[in-house]
Design a protein around this ligand. Structure first.
Ligand SMILES: *Cc1c(COP(=O)(O)O)cnc(C)c1O
Length: 410
């Protein structure tokens, strides 16, 4: 039992500035997509432009707000024209939505294992997975770490593939000075409360192609092409959806965007505190970094180190990870596995006959990773308390596996 306050795995950065903006749509009486969605879209595009280093010539991106990151991905896949018979490359360790949006289009997600060092897609394996049916790729900048965007784009250009970046975790992240989400044909962001800035639920698709942006805008709202005259409801030339964001949510998006630099700086600081504090804990590998990238720090995800690469060593590390999550919860600290391996979830495993050994690194990452708390209000003392409990749990369990899972910390 702990008397210290509970530290959740994530807590959004909400304050009086958000409340003030939220009053606006309520007072105006306009709740659906309207002026605040326009403002949020323009602000988001401007944020990306301003994030690019001066040596990067970034065309003004078009930003299209939508109901969720998943909706943005679905709109992207639809606008890029994926259909039955197409294969689309996705990483085997990511949130399931990355693969689901390919299924929505009737196309086939082709899973590719990750590089366990970075948690991102292994580009050599991706290259080997390309077939004449491959239409595109949905790379993921997992946890905010960019997925080697120069390698990604070179591979895509060589094989004439479209790239839809799953930048759901990529807000504030850039690769060699260029913001993620702006490399491929389109990029998708999420504003789920576990992401750096939030609208409750919400997403944004960005593209530098004006025609594609207007297709996405039509698809977002039932496929309607607006008419000219006041009595003309417009035509519906394509099958669309209702994936609009509300002005209520956009109000929050606008206030969150205004303090984006403050939010990102705090998250960077917490990550740096973790790096320092975890140096003394050999059993836990700190979150990966890349000197060529600016990390977005959507999550701080560590890996419980295995004492070898054989099944027994991985099983032991996985048991230690599970015990770590339970021990931390008992100590008032919320954590989660980094994410899951969609290829191994029963929908995909059954449909495509996938076995865990087909994607060993994704399987290991799903079982041995842990997202430590990272959110608003976290102090250096909180980080120290988390790391102290991490050390105590990993001292209790051992790499040789002789321990009682579930025993409470004394
Ligand atoms: C959060 C997330 C999504 C989905 O975003 P939602 O806004 O929750 O729909 C997709 N892909 C990745 C990698 C994510 O982390």
């Amino acid at each position: 039992m702990s008397s210290a306050p509970f530290i959740p795995v994530g807590r959004p950065y909400l304050d009086a500035r958000d409340l003030e903006r939220l009053a606006e749509p309520v007072e105006r009486g306009w709740l659906v997509q309207g002026p605040l969605v326009d403002e949020f879209e323009r602000g988001f595009a401007a944020f990306l432009e301003a994030s690019a280093s001066s040596s990067i010539s970034l065309l003004a991106p078009h930003a299209v707000a939508c109901a969720s990151g998943t909706a943005a991905l679905h709109l992207g896949v639809a606008a890029l024209g994926a259909s039955a018979g197409d294969e689309v490359i996705v990483p085997a360790f990511t949130w399931v939505a990355t693969a689901n949006c390919v299924e929505y289009a009737g196309a086939k997600p082709v899973f590719v294992d990750i590089d366990l060092e970075t948690f991102n897609i292994d580009w050599a394996l991706a290259s080997a997975s390309i077939t004449p049916r491959t239409a595109g790729m949905i790379p993921v900048h997992l946890f905010g770490l960019p997925a080697e965007c120069d390698v990604m784009m070179a591979l895509a250009r060589r094989h004439h593939l479209w790239v839809l970046e799953d930048a759901a975790c990529g807000f504030g992240a850039s690769w060699q000075g260029q913001p993620v989400g702006t490399f491929g044909e389109a990029g998708c962001f999420s504003f789920h409360p576990r992401k750096a800035i939030t609208t409750g639920e919400g997403g944004m698709l960005v593209t530098q192609d004006a025609a594609r942006a207007s297709t996405v805008r039509a698809l977002r709202s039932h496929g309607v092409q607006p008419g000219g005259a006041p009595y003309d409801m417009g035509d519906v030339p394509i099958l669309g959806f209702n994936y609009r964001l509300t002005d209520l949510q956009a109000a929050l998006g606008c206030s969150q965007l205004r303090k984006a630099h403050e939010i990102l700086a705090h998250r960077r600081q917490v990550a740096a505190w973790y790096d320092d504090a975890l140096r003394a804990i050999d059993a836990l590998r700190p979150a990966p970094r890349d000197a060529r990238a600016t990390h977005g720090w959507q999550s701080y995800v560590c890996l419980v180190r295995a004492d070898g690469t054989d099944t027994r060593a991985i099983d032991t590390a996985a048991a230690r990870r599970d015990a770590l999550i339970s021990d931390l919860l008992a100590a008032g600290i919320g954590t989660r596995p980094g994410t899951h391996a969609p290829a191994h979830l029963s929908f995909y495993a059954t449909k495509y006959g996938i076995r865990p050994e087909d994607f060993p690194s994704a399987h290991t990452a799903a079982r041995c990773s842990i997202a430590l708390p990272l959110g608003a209000g976290m102090t250096e003392l909180d980080v120290a308390r988390v790391c102290e409990m991490v050390a105590a749990s990993l001292d209790r369990t051992t790499a040789t596996g002789v321990f009682a899972v579930g025993a409470a910390l004394s």
